[in-house]
Design a protein around this ligand. Structure first.
Ligand SMILES: Nc1ncnc2c1ncn2[C@@H]1O[C@H](COP(=O)(O)OP(=O)(O)OP(=O)(O)O)[C@@H](O)[C@H]1O
Length: 628
């Protein structure tokens, strides 16, 4: 048996780090600019504990300078700087992070150290994704430090000599490779910085020193000479970032207007959000963020929210499913998790217990917020309901824990436009039938019948509702949802019929059967409490649901849908005067009436097919003629 150390041939490893460590070339700028910010954060930290001297008036910044003609991109900061020994330790040794080193040294004294972004000691090398050679010029903050210069052409060899930098800080010069010249465009650089660095904690500036006349606005485009000032004095340069994003502030210090403005600026959405949640957790993990509830339509297909994930104010990615529960993706917001690595690998996140905790914490916070609005501002909650119910229902279907947390704050809009909980609707009744309307327009006749008899139903119009009611039936024993056109019990007079009535009804049914000639159609007679309606069509709830489900699965399941033929029942209303008269009419008139009653019942259910519609109109005209 042999034991030993696996050896790594660094010459082979280097190209991998350069090319494949990060999926996007863009992120080299994020890495170098955040290193500059880290350098400043570290210096401030040392100054705060008396280990470094800084001038009170010094303005800390990171500057990205573009030299298009010389094909150079320069990133400089006035942070902590590095001595030649530190360059040797942190840069020459790949994967040795000065950030971790710094943290382990200073962490206990003040938690602010955790503001530092770097983790792995790899980010710097992403510079070689766009540069054929890289130079570092650095002067450390330490008393009597000598400037150091490091040069590397992307091979395994480097030069480390004395430098000539006279001001504290670090300058990284990238000699841009031919295939990466897009990174010499000011607009590209501004776009990348806007994407990744818009909220970094140290001011970041973009400069194009070769082009003195250019006025740098923040829109990300070149405007040579365009904005020149009348008196030819350039305006004060503006940082590209907001160093104190709203989510970093305490919720108690933020105003509604600030929340709304932040929403508009970050998501470019000029519709006001309904409400928001400011997340601010210190323990057991660090998490800050703001989640906004936008107005979500009935059918949310195609509607996507946007959750931006940050790590210590550095943008990582949009919509990282592994950290944010999928159903929350309908929302818009920012989440800042300083403990997540910047180069988020999806497979790593999926298996990380810590990530799961973050995800369930966010879910809990959302549920708590909903419960708090429901309990304290029910009127507002009802106003929001039409916009947020799809989100809540989707959340319940995707996440059982979320359902458990919000089940008591789920409300239903009834046919009078009032909002009720399930308990309020059932009002202590033993029979837990919940009537619902899926399409208020086509089911209006049934709605009227219900209203006339003082009965209530809830409106559940979306596809999501079909799934959601199945979930509620599964979770709440005894609760049965019945579409308003699926049952007759509550709207008919159920007194026992005598034999002669039964006989008459049989005859009536026979007449209808002979005329309609559809074996699949069930016909029955009921005395409906509302005598104005001659007949209604009823649809079996369960078979209809099955059919809808199979249809929703599309082509491959379409055949299955036929197994659940619509179970139509034509209910004739024995209290209606027209139905009572049929017996007294001659055969021709009786048949006209029968067909017409049947068509009318069908129309109030769904539109008639073209051929039947033509017949219906012809018959209507005939009947009108008979009137006069
Ligand atoms: N501009 C700079 N000023 C001072 N020190 C720097 C600067 N850039 C890099 N360093 C030092 O070099 C180290 C390595 O940098 P690198 O970007 O490779 O890794 P990191 O920032 O520690 O971690 P990550 O891989 O997460 O970016 C840093 O930790 C820091 O100590």
């Amino acid at each position: 048996m042999a034991k030993g150390n696996i050896s790594v041939d660094s010459e082979n490893l280097f190209p991998i780090i350069k090319k494949w460590l990060y999926s996007d070339k863009d992120i080299f700028l994020r890495e170098l600019v955040s290193n500059g910010c880290d350098a400043v954060t570290k210096l401030k930290k040392l100054a705060s504990i008396g280990e470094a001297q800084i001038d009170e008036s010094e303005k800390f910044k990171v500057t990205v300078s573009i030299f298009k003609d010389a094909k150079k991109l320069v990133i400089s900061d006035n942070g902590i700087g590095m001595t030649a020994e530190e360059i040797d330790k942190y840069i020459n040794q790949i994967a040795f992070s000065g950030a971790s080193d710094f943290l382990s040294k200073y962490k206990e004294e003040d938690d602010k150290g955790s503001q530092i972004i770097g983790h792995f000691g790899l980010g710097f090398y992403s510079a070689f994704m766009v540069a054929y050679s890289v130079e570092i010029d650095s002067l450390s903050y330490q008393d009597g430090a000598k400037a150091a210069k490091w040069t590397c052409d992307g091979s395994m060899e480097f030069d480390l000599t004395d430098g000539d930098r006279t001001e504290r800080g670090t300058t990284i010069t990238l000699n841009i490779a031919e295939d990466s010249e897009e990174f010499l465009e000011e607009s590209t650089i501004r776009q990348i910085l806007h994407k990744y660095c818009a909220f970094l904690p140290i001011e970041i500036y973009v400069e194009v020193p070769e082009d003195k006349h250019e006025d740098h606005c923040d829109c990300g485009h070149d405007h040579e000479h365009e904005h020149e000032h009348e008196d030819d004095t350039p305006s004060e340069p503006k940082p590209i970032n907001n160093t104190t994003p709203l989510w970093m502030k305490k919720p108690s210090e933020c105003t509604d207007e600030e929340y709304k403005e932040f929403y508009r600026n970050v998501f470019m959405d000029f519709n006001e959000p309904l409400f928001w949640i400011h997340l601010n957790v210190d323990y057991p993990f660090n998490l800050k963020g703001i989640l906004y509830f936008p107005k979500i339509n009935h059918e949310f297909a195609g509607q996507e929210g946007q959750i931006k994930l940050y790590n210590n104010q550095v943008f990582v990615a949009d919509n990282v499913k592994e950290v944010i529960p999928e159903f929350l993706m309908l929302l818009k917001g920012v989440i800042d998790c300083p403990d997540l690595p910047l180069n988020v690998s999806r497979s790593f996140l999926q298996n990380d217990g810590y990530v799961k905790k973050i995800s369930s914490h966010i879910t809990k916070k959302v549920a708590d917020k909903l419960a708090s609005i429901y309990n304290n501002e029910r009127e507002n909650y009802e106003k929001y309901w039409d916009y947020i119910n799809i989100f809540i229902k989707y959340g319940c279907l995707r996440d059982e824990k979320f359902y458990e947390k919000v089940k008591d704050v789920i409300i239903y809009k009834d046919i009078d436009g009032k909002y009720l909980t399930l308990d309020e609707y059932l009002d202590g009744k033993e029979e837990k039938d919940v009537y619902y309307v899926s399409d208020p327009q086509t089911q209006s006749q049934y709605i009227n019948m219900f209203k006339n008899q003082g009965l209530n139903a809830v409106v559940l119009p979306s596809m999501m509702d079909t799934h959601f009611i199945s979930l509620v039936e599964m979770k709440q024993t005894g609760v049965k949802f019945k579409r308003i056109d699926s049952a007759i019990n509550d709207i008919s007079d159920n007194t026992e019929k005598d034999d002669s009535t039964k006989e008459q009804e049989e005859k009536l049914i026979e007449k209808f059967k002979n005329e309609i000639k559809d074996d699949t159609l069930k016909i029955e007679v009921q005395s409906l409490k509302d005598d104005s309606i001659p007949a209604v069509i009823l649809l079996g709830e369960q078979s209809r649901r099955m059919q809808e489900m199979y249809k929703a699965y599309g082509q491959q399941m379409a055949g299955m849908a036929d197994m659940f033929h619509d179970e139509f029942t034509l209910v004739l209303n024995s209290n209606n005067s027209l139905i009572k008269k049929i017996d007294t009419l001659n055969d021709e008139d009786a048949n006209l009436v029968i067909e017409h009653v049947y068509d009318l019942a069908k129309i109030s259910h769904s539109p008639l097919p073209a051929e039947q519609m033509t017949k219906f109109i012809e018959r209507s005209n005939k009947l009108l003629e008979k009137l006069f």
